[in-house]
Every structure is written in structure tokens, then in C-alpha cells.
Design a binder for this molecule. Structure first.
Ligand SMILES: C[S@@+](CC[C@H](N)C(=O)[O-])C[C@H]1O[C@@H](n2cnc3c(N)ncnc32)[C@H](O)[C@@H]1O
Length: 196
């Protein structure tokens, strides 16, 4: 599901999306937790945007890096995907599992309590959608994420405001891959040439 038409479809879905957020309580719990824990569990700004991407892409398998309390994992799972999400902070892992169970999504989401790189050693692609919501991906991590992304899959990178020029350049300069920036996210796909 890649190509200029696909990007247009994603942007159309985002523009016309339903803005109701069934997981607002997870987002709020994450904000409360962060204040007490003094950590960097900043929930994604607006899960409805990810819901719109899900409707456009229809991923069966999603890999997420950066669970926090599970707000974005809830959104991917609600779109019907089977989700593997990676989180190194044990308290976030425990709280995410609680939130997922509370929302009836525990069966759809596996929280991997690990460093990103270590979990990737154990996980097998391909994933239809890979969502990076950690701090800044190294170029080595980006190339590992590409290798588990399906040929017609999508790598979505968040937190571009934290990314240095080196990461942005790495996203732009991946041979055989194209990155488009939209709605504060980087969308990287193997080809943006639509099939006839
Ligand atoms: C921005 S928060 C994720 C927010 C989450 N997706 C949401 O919307 O609620 C980033 C999370 O990634 C975790 N994290 C950061 N670097 C990591 C790493 N190298 N390995 C595993 N987890 C990491 C942090 O502990 C934090 O919970």
C-alpha cells in the first residue's frame, strides 16, 4: 500500500477522520504517570490520526517501538492489527498491559519488555506497518526497521522535532526507499511508484 495515490489516500483519511477518541483515558493516564514518574512517556498527540492511517493502510501486523502506557498500541489494535510493541521501562510495560486488558485488547497486542535492538533480534517480519515512537532512531536502527517492513509496507516515524539533521538525512537518503513528510510524521516506503 505505497505510492503517491496511497499517500493521498492517507492524507484524505486524516483530513476527514472521526475525531472521537475512545482511548483518551489511556492518554490522560500517561500524562498523569509521567508527572509522577518524571519520565519521557509523552503519549502521541492525537491517536485519531493513527486511526485514519490504519483505515487507509489496513495493516495486519504492526511493529511499534515505544509503548509507554499503550495509547498508540490501542489505536493500531483497534484497526484490526496484531501488534508487537517494545518498551524497556518495566513500570510502563506493567501499566500498558493493564490498559490493554481494560480495553479488551490484551490478546491483540504483545508488549515486549526490552530495549528496541534486543527485541528486534527476536522478532520476525514482515510487518505491514512499523511505527517508531521512541526518541531518535539511529541509522542502524532505521536500517533494521526497513528490513522488517514488508515490501509494500510503511515505516512511520514520529517525534521528528527530536530528530537531528542526521536522522532526517538518513530517512531521506535510503537507497530504494522514499520518505514523505506529512502531519508531523515521516512516511517511508520501498517505492512510491504506484503499480498499474
Ligand atoms: C514517546 S514515548 C511512547 C509513547 C506511546 N507510543 C504513546 O503514544 O503513548 C517513548 C517510550 O519509548 C520507550 N523507549 C525509549 N527508548 C527506548 C529503547 N531504546 N528501547 C525500549 N524502549 C524505549 C520509553 O521508555 C517511552 O515509554
Amino acid at each position: 500500500m505505497t505510492g503517491p495515490t496511497a499517500m493521498q489516500s492517507i492524507e484524505d483519511r486524516i483530513r476527514t477522520r472521526d475525531r472521537a477518541d475512545p482511548f483518551a483515558s489511556v492518554r490522560e493516564a500517561t500524562d498523569v504517570h509521567r508527572t509522577g514518574h518524571c519520565c519521557w512517556a509523552y503519549p502521541y498527540d492525537d491517536g485519531t490520526l493513527l486511526g485514519a492511517i490504519s483505515i487507509a493502510v489496513r495493516p495486519s501486523r504492526v511493529l511499534e517501538l515505544g509503548t509507554a502506557l499503550g495509547y498508540t498500541a490501542c489505536w493500531w489494535a483497534a484497526g484490526g492489527a496484531r501488534v508487537d510493541t517494545i518498551e524497556r521501562d518495566p513500570s510502563h510495560v506493567r501499566l500498558a498491559r493493564e490498559q490493554l486488558a481494560r480495553h479488551g485488547l490484551a490478546q491483540a497486542v504483545t508488549v515486549h519488555p526490552s530495549e528496541f535492538g534486543d527485541a528486534l533480534d527476536e522478532l520476525t517480519g514482515p510487518y505491514d506497518l512499523v511505527f517508531f515512537d521512541g526518541y531518535e532512531p539511529s541509522s542502524d536502527l532505521l536500517s533494521r526497521l526497513r528490513s522488517v517492513t514488508a515490501d509494500d509496507g510503511l515505516l512511520v516515524t514520529a517525534n521528528l522535532d527530536l530528530a537531528t539533521g542526521r536522522t532526517l538525512s538518513a530517512l531521506r537518503a535510503m537507497p530504494g526507499w522514499t520518505t514523505q513528510f506529512s502531519t508531523g510524521l515521516a512516511f517511508t516506503a520501498k517505492t512510491f511508484d504506484d503499480q498499474p
